[in-house]
Ligand binder design. Structure first.
Ligand code: TGC
Ligand code: FAD
Length: 403
């Protein structure tokens, strides 16, 4: 029998059980997907969240330990088939990105650069020898990869790259140039480097111990501090004929890899936003001012409801893209929709969530300011917000507004 007879409204529980999944979006996932999601979530909660604030403060990323754990979880290149990869669905890959980025965007970067930007081109365009040599070790986290596309003078317009490779008479390739802002660069065992050749833009699989190759770390970042970002310098790097990716010789090569990684970011950003919302909700429930929890103020509730709404909307977009990708019908402009919208949403939620925590919100004791700073990079990399706007603008108008 109800303890509230006579039509009296039952008071709401202090914090609804469904506060974190208001629309029951979990019901859109299969049991297998929920299981994978929960496994990654547990790993992040136990092995990343207690330490990542300190890694961020100190500007370090314990890559060996993390690579081993992620390899054991089977997340590296998980959406690829064969060569030691898990062969999971795109949806599962997205969920892994969501959970890793709920920990830190640097962790998701580590996973998505390895799987989507370094392993994917070898898997999609590589020779059998290249696949056999690198993919099993990369899937296991025993070898780390990076992806060199951006250059000091060539960011949003990578087709203006200057890095070049020329074949000498005995068939060796000689690679020269510089890449900039390369995630994992200084810790990588292998770099997939895109370069201009007489035959078009080609990808090269470069072991990072090759003479003439160096990767100094970029310092003084205020964003993605628990992630390694580097320059790649290539001075007469001599590579055997078999170092080139045989399957592609145009900008389609690198741009198709970006598609994979951008898809993961559409999910990842939601994870970061969810973490900020959760931090704000917890804090608001325990922080008292004027003799009551700040969550009892209408203005705070408006902010919390807005975070929840935006996280749920982002989740629905990500899940929809996941299903489209698994059906093989997801186009690049739809990926731009997810990357642009969800990253912008996450950045706005992070900034506002930070302020719910007052002064405490400016420290790395709590997650929102760290996510906020990280998301500034996510907003810029993998195609800036403006570039994705123009890609979608082109898709709906048929007009190219890039130049
Ligand atoms: P465009 O002339 O339009 O096309 C050239 C060829 O590429 C094909 N293509 C795509 N294929 C697959 N996916 C896509 N998204 C594609 N976009 C274009 C196209 O069909 C064509 O193929 P083909 O066979 O006819 O040759 O290309 P464009 O050079 O004019 O490019 C236009 C633009 C601006 C969209 C492109 O340059 C772009 O996306 N710029 C942004 C650069 C960017 O996103 N860089 C990211 C670097 S990596 C990174 O940031 C990693 S962050 C670390 C982490 O993820 O954690
Ligand atoms: P620019 O292209 O110089 O853009 C500057 C501003 O101009 C932006 O606001 C941009 O939106 C705007 N703009 C440019 N063109 C247009 C236009 N046509 N219309 C309107 N506005 C425009 N790259 C890699 O290759 N591999 C990596 O692993 C990698 N990791 C990264 C990690 C971090 C932490 C960061 C910050 C970057 C990373 N990048 C990586 C580089 C990233 O992809 C580039 O920074 C990004 O593509 C933008 O290039 P840019 O910084 O040169 O900016």
């Amino acid at each position: 029998m109800s303890a509230y007879p006579g039509g009296m409204a039952q008071p709401l529980a202090p914090k609804a059980e469904n506060a974190l999944d208001f629309l029951a979006t979990d019901s859109l996932l299969t049991e297998e997907e929920v299981m994978l999601r929960d496994t990654v979530r547990r790993y992040v909660e136990e092995q990343i969240n207690p330490y990542v604030g300190e890694w961020f403060d100190e500007g370090i990323f314990p890559h060996e330990e993390v690579a081993k754990a992620i390899g054991q979880l089977g997340l590296f290149g998980m959406h690829l088939e064969g060569y030691g990869c898990a062969g999971s669905s795109a949806m599962m890959y997205g969920l892994a990105c969501m959970e890793t980025e709920a920990g830190d965007s640097g962790l998701r970067s580590f996973v998505s650069v390895q799987g989507s930007l370094a392993m994917f081109p070898i898997w999609a365009y590589g020779s059998e020898e290249q696949k056999q040599e690198w993919l099993p070790r990369m899937a296991a986290g025993e070898a780390i990869g990076c992806f060199g596309l951006t250059e000091p003078d060539s960011g949003s317009d990578p087709s203006s790259m200057r890095t070049n490779a020329k074949q000498d008479p005995n068939g060796d390739w000689i690679l020269n140039g510089a890449k900039m802002w390369i995630t994992n660069g200084s810790i990588a065992d292998v770099a997939v480097v895109w370069a201009r050749t007489d035959e078009g833009i080609r990808g090269f699989v470069v072991p990072t111990d090759t003479e003439g190759f160096s990767a100094p770390k970029i310092e003084r970042k205020v964003s993605l501090r628990a992630s390694v970002t580097s320059e790649l310098i290539m001075e007469d790097v001599r590579l055997p004929a078999g170092a080139v990716l045989p399957g592609v010789s145009s900008m389609r090569g690198p741009l198709s890899c970006l598609n994979e990684a951008r898809f993961g970011i559409s999910f990842g950003a939601v994870g970061a936003a969810r973490s900020c919302y959760e931090a704000a909700l917890d804090y608001a429930g325990s922080r008292e001012q004027f003799g009551v929890p700040i969550s009892s103020f209408q203005l705070t509730q408006q902010r919390l409801v807005d975070f929840m709404t935006r996280v749920q909307q982002g989740t629905l977009v990500a899940y929809h893209l996941g299903r489209l990708k698994d059906q093989g019908v997801l186009g690049p402009a739809q990926v731009s929709f997810g990357k642009r919208q969800n990253v912008r949403m996450a950045l706005e939620v992070a900034r506002e969530a930070r302020s719910v925590l007052g002064a405490n919100g400016i420290t790395t004791e709590y997650a929102p300011a760290r996510h906020m700073n990280n998301l500034e990079s996510v907003y810029t990399y993998e195609g800036t917000n403006e570039i994705h706007t123009l890609m979608m603008g082109q898709a709906i108008t048929g007009q190219n507004a890039f130049t």
